[in-house]
Design a protein around this ligand. Sequence first.
Ligand SMILES: [Zn+2]
Length: 104
Amino acid sequence: MRVWSRLEWRQQSQLLDERYRLRRLHDGLRVAATSRRDYEPHDVTDDEAAIQADAIEGRLAAVDEALERIDSGGYGICLVCGSGIADERLEALPATALCLSCAG
Ligand SMILES: [Zn+2]
């Protein structure tokens, strides 16, 4: 069994916290979007809460993928160029899958 680095442990706990936070935020937004829709059925596409909830779904997917990469051993490796992602970047953006140059 592969031994996790200290960075991986730390990033996993950060990612789990982030996932919990995003899920709560997401559920709150979906409730807001749904309850407002009952009163303003014509205003669905402009509904800011629904748009924000969609954006959060994207971030949740990125967090889940990062957690999978920690499990499989690919965490911290850029998906585009295959080089290592700097620790500082991972600490700032735990769910990132790209190194600085590929993200830019
Ligand atoms: Zn890269």
